[in-house]
Structure formats: structure tokens, C-alpha cells
Design a protein around this ligand. Structure first.
Ligand SMILES: Nc1ncnc2c1ncn2[C@@H]1O[C@H](COP(=O)(O)OP(=O)(O)OP(=O)(O)O)[C@@H](O)[C@H]1O
Ligand SMILES: [Mg+2]
Length: 359
């Protein structure tokens, strides 16, 4: 039985639709990430699960029980808010104890649970401090301890790493994942950072404008995106709109023509190609002719921005060895691009949709 099940969940604020018809199951012990751009309805979905927002329609089941209209303290959830929302005038221990008092636990039980939760996040030595006497990462961990102390069946995390610097972020990310796996917590985490989602989650849910566009593992979403938005949001992708002619040639709106896989059907479509699947040669060769507009060295990969007849193409590859002619490429140099047709994905045409972060 699914530990957490959302059925046709929706939230309207007046005439504005924040969440529209979300169906989702999170299995026992699974970590699922809600991923999507700002305003797509991630926080609203999480707050409905926690009981802070009343759904306009739909149902929430936790462990098979309908909790759609239960108050927050009567649900078996622990939530970490987008801002840590610690009480500034309370000590670390009092902050962690708060949810337990709401649940009317006895003093001895509360103290035991607070001690345990603080130990889990390695803050037991700072129990008497006030939040302002802690670093950002420590405050973040107090918020985690507060949510863990209630022994939740469902752990809800709303961008729990948003206020941390890059290094601390990747540390705390690993800590949360290890803790979640060790305790077998059924977890729904919100993020708009795709790297965070890819590294932490068993499965990802990509949302846009209140709707779930696709649910799957990182690999499924990366290799078989359902549409251009998902392709552009999970990893980077060259996305070109046009149509497939009866000979299965993809005719770009700007005039270029590329082969498509045999399985493609004629009609309007979006041509998708991952930047690491494109090969780049210096000079005018047999491939598609282009010109370098920028080269970015990112350590483990180099990115080449190439202009092809006025259209941007992104190519990424491991940095070429010192003796490679690619090493001498500069902005404005001519290059040719080629790829294996098997790397091409044909996605449904979407007239006015936002296609994620197109390169
Ligand atoms: N209390 C509210 N009243 C009216 N509109 C709201 C309310 N809360 C959220 N919204 C709207 O609902 C939509 C979804 O908001 P939500 O906070 O769920 O987005 P989000 O995906 O968490 O975004 P972010 O990544 O910026 O945190 C937004 O358009 C927002 O303006
Ligand atoms: Mg939010």
C-alpha cells in the first residue's frame, strides 16, 4: 500500500489555479522530489499534504487513511519549511520540542525525543543556544530535527537547503538522504534545483503551472522526457521546433533539415538533442556548419555555444586533451556538428509552451 497518495488534488486561490489535478503515490520509504519553476505549485502541494492549506478538490491518503480534512497535528507528517521558521526567542531544544507539545506528549517523552532528534542531526551539544547564535547550516538542521522529532510517517521538506552556500548545501543534502534512508522515511521534498533532485530522489515529479508533467526516475526523465518542458528542465537540451516531412526529415522553422529516427511520424514536432550527444569538429567539415560564440570551461566538462544559421546550439564534452585541435578553438571559429540519429528524441509540438531553460 502506498504510504502517501494524492488523488486529483487541486487548490484554487479565488480564480487563480495554484495546483490543478495532481495524482501521485509515494511508496513506503521512498524519497520523491517535486521539481519545477517558481510558482508552479510545489509549496502549495506540500502544504496541502501537511494540512496547512485546505484542498479545493481531491483527496490525501496517508497509510491508507483519508486525512484530507484532518488538522496538521493530527496527521502523521513532519514538515521543514522553505524558510526554516524557527522561533527566535526559543532555544534549540524548545524549538524541537514544539511539535511534541502540540501533540500533547508528556515531559519525559518530549525530552527523550528532543535529545534523540538533536543527536540525529549532530546538534545535541547546542541544545540551549538560540537560533541567532547558530550558523545557517545549524539552523537548517534544527528545523530538520524539529520535523523528525514527531516521528513522522511522512517527511515533508520544502527547499530545505535554499539558504545554504554551495558546499554546505551538498553536505546537508547527503546528510538528509542518509538519514532518510536509515530511518526509512517516506519523503516528499520540494526543490527547483535539478541537481538536488537528481542526486537525492528515488523518483522525480516535474511540475509546471499547477500540473504534473511527468513522474519517473532521473534516468527515465533524462532519456525519455514526455515533452520539451521536461527535456529542458531535467538536464540541458537543444530543442528545435519544426515539422517532420514524409521522408522523415526534420524541417526546422529556420530552414535546416535533420534526419529523424525511423519511428517518427510526419507532422509538427520538437527535435530534442542532448548537448553531450553532439560531436564537434574544428573547421567546415561534413556536418552541420556553425560558428563558435562562446566556450565555457566548467572543470569536468567544456561547453561550446555554436551559432547555426542564427540559432544557438549547445555542445558539451569532457575538456579535450592538450594536443587536441579542439583546444585551439576560439570564438568566431568555424566548426561542424554531427550526431548519431539514435540520440535524437522527437517530442510533441507545443505551440506556446515555455520550453524550460533552452540553451
Ligand atoms: N495564499 C495564497 N493566495 C493566493 N495565491 C497564492 C497563495 N499561495 C500561493 N499562491 C499562488 O499559487 C501559485 C503557486 O504557489 P507556490 O507557492 O505553490 O509555488 P512554488 O512552486 O512553491 O514556487 P517557489 O519555487 O517560488 O517557492 C503561485 O502563482 C502563487 O502566487
Ligand atoms: Mg515554494
Amino acid at each position: 500500500m502506498a504510504q502517501l497518495k494524492l488523488s486529483s488534488l487541486a487548490k484554487h486561490f479565488g480564480t487563480a489555479v495554484a495546483v490543478e489535478h495532481v495524482d501521485l503515490e509515494v511508496q513506503d520509504g521512498e524519497l520523491v522530489a517535486l521539481l519545477g519553476p517558481s510558482g508552479c505549485g510545489k509549496t502549495t502541494t506540500l502544504r496541502m499534504v501537511a494540512g496547512f492549506v485546505t484542498p479545493t478538490a481531491g483527496q490525501i491518503l496517508i497509510g491508507g487513511q483519508d486525512v484530507t480534512h484532518a488538522p496538521p497535528y493530527a496527521r502523521d507528517t513532519g514538515m521543514v519549511f522553505q524558510s526554516y521558521a524557527l522561533f527566535p526567542h526559543m532555544s534549540v531544544a524548545q524549538n524541537v520540542s514544539f511539535g511534541l507539545e502540540m501533540r500533547r506528549l508528556g515531559r519525559a517523552e518530549r525530552e527523550a525525543r528532543v535529545g534523540e532528534a538533536l543527536k540525529l542531526v549532530k546538534l545535541d551539544h547546542l541544545a540551549e543556544r538560540l537560533p541567532r547564535e547558530l550558523s545557517g547550516g545549524q539552523q537548517q538542521r534544527v528545523a530538520l530535527a524539529r520535523a523528525l522529532a514527531v516521528n513522522p510517517s511522512v517527511f515533508l521538506l520544502d527547499e530545505p537547503l535554499s539558504n545554504l552556500d554551495a558546499k554546505l548545501r551538498s553536505e546537508v543534502r547527503l546528510q538528509i538522504r542518509a538519514l532518510q534512508q536509515r530511518l526509512g522515511l517516506t519523503t516528499l521534498i520540494v526543490t527547483h534545483d535539478q541537481e538536488e533532485a537528481l542526486t537525492m530522489a528515488d523518483r522525480l515529479v516535474v511540475m509546471d503551472r499547477g500540473k504534473v508533467l511527468q513522474v519517473g526516475t532521473a534516468e527515465e526523465l533524462y532519456e525519455r522526457p514526455a515533452n520539451a518542458f521536461v527535456a529542458g528542465f531535467v538536464g540541458r537540451c537543444n530543442l528545435i521546433s519544426g515539422f517532420i516531412d514524409p521522408d522523415r526529415m526534420f524541417r526546422c522553422d529556420w530552414g535546416g533539415a535533420f534526419k529523424t529516427p525511423d519511428s517518427s511520424t510526419p507532422g509538427k514536432a520538437i527535435f530534442a538533442l542532448r548537448p553531450e550527444r553532439v560531436a564537434l569538429q574544428p573547421g567546415a567539415g561534413q556536418g552541420i556548419a556553425g560558428r563558435i560564440t562562446a566556450i565555457t570551461y566548467l572543470g569536468s566538462v567544456s561547453e561550446y555555444h555554436v551559432d547555426v544559421a542564427g540559432n544557438g546550439f549547445l555542445v558539451s564534452m569532457p575538456p579535450p586533451p592538450n594536443d587536441s585541435p579542439l583546444r585551439r578553438l576560439r570564438v568566431d571559429d568555424p566548426v561542424s556538428l554531427s550526431w548519431d540519429v539514435a540520440a535524437v528524441r522527437i517530442l510533441p509540438f507545443e505551440p506556446s509552451s515555455n520550453q524550460g531553460d533552452e540553451p
